[in-house]
Unconditional design. Sequence first.
Length: 101
Amino acid sequence: MLDNSWLDSMKILLEIAALIFLPIIVWLLKTVVNHNRQLTVLEEKVNAEINRRLDVMERKLDSFDNKIEQKIDKLESNLNSKIDIMTSIVTTLANSIRKEK
């Protein structure tokens, strides 16, 4: 009989503990779920912003690439023009020297 009353009192204590801790555990789980949703939304916003900035940087780099290629093309054209001028000068000079001899 002593064992039975001990078990009954233990059962009552466990029920009281369940009544106290169960709402706390439910509240904690609900809070964790809400925070998880907020973190997911925040992560999506951060990823979208990172992708937007990467796109802007990529467009800027493409623009710089195009500008550099245009500058190289201009330099190459100028160099070829100067080589042509120098070749014609040297050819003219060589022809005039041959004529003098």
